[in-house]
Design a binder for this molecule. Structure first.
Ligand code: GLY
Ligand code: MN
Ligand code: MN
Length: 496
């Protein structure tokens, strides 16, 4: 949508409308400009209650404060990104900002500033810092930004006022347009989470180093490893919506056969948008040999009866926690004997992997357990020469198992990705961690080292597993996994 009143070369937001209009806003008379300034109701929202996760966000800020005493910490939400010309991608706030505020507003920035008097803060930033969220305030109606600026509320919708935001988030809020200059003038050590807001980074360019900034990112990645009760609840919601999304897909497989994999993508997306914020990652809707491409997101292929559909998809909640679930389904509702042979091997590998998820276990244990099962099957089937120990030692099974068996899950689908190796891949499982267990076997269509009947078959089964005090809980257990249970579940949905 465009409007003839929209300026092609807007000047500073601060300029009053009369100065802007010479040639820039053809068609805006003085009378109209004056008219647009007034006649608007006071819509300030009063008595707002804090968002549900405000106390958790405050605890996280306090822990961050304790880790970096005396340093200014800058955590941007990020900005809109251009898709083409004057249209933007839908905005998704940075995980670090969401984790520390519960907020998702574009252009916002959380700043933790060392407390000047050393007396400590009362805003959930811990003893050593005061927290401020810098964000765009309500649009000014006097100077015309409300309707003449593309970021004006008339175009993008009402924003919360700074006062409303303070009530919702429990953090003092200021106008973000003051921040870059304030950061340029500020003295003392500072760190910023990079990659989200180029303007803020530019303001800090001679004050920060990549190494020190990375330490901040690493801390925030590792801090997210153990989920609190709110987060576990959100992940369960994400999984529950995802289960419904998989059911939706099974019900429309005939329409997908008549069109393409896109029908599956669109069907799952509908569920994600209606119940959550979005999909947590591009849905992998891989029919037939596309299942052997690990990140098949083009989703433009044929869906054929008799083939398998590998569907790897997750709903992201409105609070931005995502599920990550895969099922490999027979498109006509029944696995062939050969498909089932491969499916059952992956199922057995997943069972072994899930059984290895418990507190005190090494993170690598579930991967090793799954790989052992798959290597054993590949040797049994005569695809690799044994013994299994030799295969595992040399990693020969990996021609067909391809990827790691799982990863942390949370706000990011590959959560905690910046964590140090010793804290994650070489670390130990603790109650409250949530991870995927997702073994697979993939026989590429052009793999001449396996008999023809294997070629073009890909199977992955992926569930979201919470580490509990005494073992684990499968958050996605509501979605059938065993081959006969999958068939029975599909039969129930297909006949409706
Ligand atoms: N959906 C990406 C993954 O399973 O890791
Ligand atoms: Mn997945
Ligand atoms: Mn995954």
């Amino acid at each position: 949508m465009t409007d003839e009143l929209t300026p092609e070369t807007p000047e500073s937001d601060e300029q009053p409308i009369k100065q802007r209009k010479n040639g820039l806003y053809p068609g805006v008379s003085d009378e109209l400009a004056e008219n647009m300034k007034s006649g608007w109701a006071d819509t300030e929202l009063r008595d707002l209650q804090p968002i549900e996760q405000a106390p958790q966000a405050a605890r996280r800020r306090a822990a961050l404060s304790a880790r970096f005493p005396g340093e200014r910490l800058v955590i941007p939400a990020g900005n809109l990104k251009t898709r083409s010309n004057d249209t933007e991608y839908s905005f998704r706030a940075s995980t670090e900002y969401v984790y520390l505020t519960g907020d998702q507003t574009d252009d916002s920035v959380l700043v933790l500033e060392p407390a000047k008097d050393g007396a400590g803060a009362k805003d959930g930033a811990g003893e050593g810092h005061t927290a401020t969220i810098y964000r765009l305030p309500r649009s000014n109606r006097e100077n015309g930004e409300f309707w003449l600026n593309g970021m004006g509320e008339l175009w993008v919708g009402r924003r919360h006022s700074l006062t409303e935001s303070e009530a919702l988030l429990g953090v003092p809020c200021k106008d973000v347009r003051e921040l870059a200059d304030a950061l340029k003038e500020a003295t003392g050590p500072v760190r910023v989470v990079r990659g989200h807001d180029a303007g803020i980074e530019a303001a800090l360019t001679d004050k920060v180093t990549a190494e020190r900034d990375e330490e901040l990112r690493v801390y925030l990645s590792e801090a997210r490893a153990v989920k609190d009760e709110f987060e576990i609840g959100e992940l369960q919601k994400a999984v529950d919506s995802t289960v419904r999304g998989f059911e939706d897909v099974v019900k429309v497989l005939d329409k997908a056969e008549a069109t393409s994999e896109r029908y599956i993508e669109g069907t799952f997306f509908l569920r994600a948008r209606v119940e959550g914020n979005d999909v947590g990652y591009g849905s992998i809707c891989a029919a037939g040999p596309h299942a052997t491409t690990l990140h098949w997101v083009r989703n433009d292929g044929q869906v054929r009866s008799g083939d398998l559909l590998l569907l790897d998809a997750g709903v992201e909640t409105t609070t931005l926690y995502t599920a990550d679930v895969t099922r490999t389904l027979p498109i006509n509702g029944r696995y062939t004997d050969f498909q089932r042979k491969i499916y059952d091997a992956v199922y057995e590998a997943q069972e072994a992997g899930i059984a290895a998820v418990k507190p005190g276990a090494a993170f690598r244990d579930f991967h090793d357990a799954s790989q052992r099962v798959l290597a054993t099957k590949l040797v049994e089937w005569g695809l690799i020469e044994g013994p299994v120990e030799r295969v595992l030692e040399l990693g020969l099974q990996r021609r067909w198992t391809l990827h790691g068996t799982g990863h942390m899950l949370g706000l990011d689908v590959h959560d905690c990705a910046a964590a140090r190796t010793e804290a994650y891949v070489n670390g130990t499982l603790e109650p409250g961690m949530v991870l995927t267990v997702e073994p697979g076997l993939y026989f590429q269509a052009d793999d001449l080292t396996v008999p023809e009947e294997y070629r073009g078959i890909g199977v992955r089964i992926e569930d979201d597993i919470l580490v509990t005090d005494d073992g684990n809980r499968n958050l996605s257990a509501a979605l059938p996994r065993r081959a006969d249970e999958v068939e029975a579940w599909m039969a129930g949905l297909l006949k409706k």
